[in-house]
Design a protein. Structure first.
Ligand code: TNX
Length: 546
């Protein structure tokens, strides 16, 4: 009988969640939650959070409860293991496992009543996101260490994400960022329910990941003689020598930290272009056989890996083997962008490869090269993702595309049955300036204001329902040619990453620019208290924001 009651209750919760996620609730999204939840019902009264409040959590959700308690240290919340409790005066986290099958692991429900708070989630990820929402309902000042009683208005929220890939890319190659900074970057992104951190680990200007088989990659490839700084945007930078890398232990630390917060770290080893740091470190992988230095200049580089040399293919497989062992996620990013093919035209080995493999020319040679890497990943149970240039030489089966030169590449890939992450320069490039009003830049002239980011729709209108399933989500990219300081990196990221997050999580019908701008005020107060830099709204924005 008890069982029967539980099943009925679960079915009821499903129905409510499904309804919440299908219909557009007319009620304005008054509470300052970003991204805006699928459904919000404001109720009468309020719950008072007090010092020493108990948090009841099932065993597998104790860790996320503890992370919540750590944000509000002053309150000394007491975590008690248990499931199904509805204890007055407490925050009760309850697991309804069957929810996972219906609304996914990331969905949740929060009921705040004057007597108690109840969170219902199918899996720890859902409980984690419920707690991010609850965090935003607490006064920002409560994160400052004090423990004054906090009134939170009674409310019922049901929520689930629209897309499964809600990402940010951090370019740690052009400038190295410390492990502590990456952890802080993760802490901030999860506040907005972003769940994918793409680390651009290698490029012409620096190799940042220890590879045991090729120690020179970090002994040599991680250091360069000059670097770009935000006050001097010349193509050949005049800033100081620069370098740094992550040991494999540090990578494991980052991956674990991220995974504890439901963030998947996607590593990128950019190939066959953007590889000069490797060319400077490892012999036998270039067409010319020249001695290279780690590049200090920016832009598209004619020096690329030799696709004709077997040594190169072996090198790529060796590197990917170590990378796969460190990053457990489904996808490994293998770049593929900006590959000038002049060297290949002149290279005997590359021409011999084209002949031997029956390829039509250098474009198909890139396709062949990417397929070697992609097949190797597939043989080890992983999937490749690459920038949209990989479409040009023929896309290996199962490859996913990250569409950066507009959305057309992504559209084409989705039409041919490939999965896609949308990340067009027009809306998602966080190195572009946020207004044309004397704005610090990431190096590149274009202006991408917050409202433009917010207006981005990742699913092209040409796709039918079935094809649109291939759009996995979207990602904001922070390239760091001229971003060397942590505070500058945060400034370029926020608030635009919050707009990316709302596009990625919320239903289109729930989104509204004025409402978002209003809701973000709470986040700005929180940023001020916890010390995250961001671009503050300016009076002059009205004329430049569109
Ligand atoms: C293009 S986006 C690049 C990067 C630069 C960026 C600057 C992409 C795949 N390649 O190498 O850093 O532009 O905005």
């Amino acid at each position: 009988m008890k069982n029967c009651h539980a099943v009925q209750k679960t079915i009821l919760i499903f129905l409510i969640l499904i309804m919440a996620c299908c219909f557009n609730y007319a009620a304005a999204a008054a509470p300052s939650i970003v991204p805006v939840p699928a459904s919000v019902d404001e109720l009468d009264g309020s719950f008072t959070v007090t010092k020493g409040m108990k948090i009841y959590a099932p065993k597998n959700m104790v860790a996320v409860a503890k992370q919540f308690a750590d944000v509000f240290k002053g309150y000394e919340f007491l975590i008690v293991e248990g499931d199904g409790e509805e204890v007055p005066g407490a925050l009760n986290i309850v697991q309804e496992g069957m929810l996972v099958a219906v609304t996914g692991e990331e969905s949740y429900m929060i009921e705040i009543e004057p007597e108690l708070i109840k969170i219902t989630a199918g899996a720890p990820a859902g409980a984690f996101y419920a707690l991010q929402t609850l965090r935003q309902l607490m006064p920002p000042e409560a994160e400052g260490g004090a423990a004054t009683d906090a009134q939170i208005p009674a409310i019922k929220i049901m929520d689930r994400p629209r897309f499964r890939w809600r990402g940010l890319m951090l370019d740690v190659s052009r400038h190295f960022f410390t492990v502590d900074f990456i952890k802080k970057y993760i802490d901030t992104m999860v506040m907005f329910k972003l769940n994918t951190l793409h680390l651009h680990l290698t490029d012409d200007q620096g190799w940042r990941i220890e590879i045991k088989k090729y120690p020179a990659l970090t002994q040599v490839g991680a250091w360069r003689e000059k670097s770009g700084i935000k006050d001097d945007l010349s193509l050949s930078p005049t800033g100081p020598a620069h370098g740094g890398f992550y040991t494999q232990d540090e990578i494991r630390e980052i991956v674990k930290y991220a995974s504890d917060r439901f963030v998947t770290v996607v590593p990128e080893i950019d190939m066959p272009g953007h590889m000069q740091a490797a060319l400077a470190s490892v012999p036998g992988i270039s067409c010319s056989g020249k001695r290279y230095k780690v590049r200090t200049q920016w832009g598209v580089n004619p020096e690329i890996l030799c696709a004709g040399s077997d040594r190169t293919i072996e090198f790529v497989k060796d590197v990917l083997t170590e990378v796969m062992a460190l990053f457990p996620g489904e996808y490994i990013h293998i770049g593929g962008d900006e590959v000038p093919k002049n060297n290949w035209k002149k290279c005997e080995k590359c021409q011999a490869r084209i002949k031997k493999e029956g390829l039509s020319g250098e474009e198909e040679l890139q396709g062949w090269f990417m397929k070697q890497a992609g097949d190797f990943l597939a043989a080890h149970g992983r999937k490749m993702i690459g920038w949209d240039e990989i479409l040009e030489g023929g896309l290996p089966p199962g490859a996913a595309v990250m569409s950066w030169r507009g959305t057309e590449g992504g559209e084409k890939a989705a039409l041919s049955g490939h999965d896609v992450v949308m990340s067009p320069t027009s809306h998602c490039y966080l190195d572009y300036r946020q207004s044309d009003d004397n704005e610090p830049s990431g190096g590149f002239g274009a202006v991408t204001p917050l409202q433009k980011v917010y207006s981005f729709e990742p699913v092209p209108s040409s796709l039918n329902r079935e094809q649109s399933v291939h759009i996995m989500g979207l990602q904001g990219n922070l390239w760091t040619e001229y971003v060397s300081e942590q505070s500058h990196a945060e400034y370029m990221t926020y608030p635009r990453a919050a707009a990316i997050a709302e596009v990625g999580w919320s239903m289109r019908k729930r989104m509204n620019w004025d409402d978002f701008s209003e809701r973000m005020k709470n986040a700005y107060r929180r940023f001020d208290i916890i010390g995250v830099n961001y671009r503050a709204v300016r009076d002059s924005d009205d004329s430049t924001s569109k």
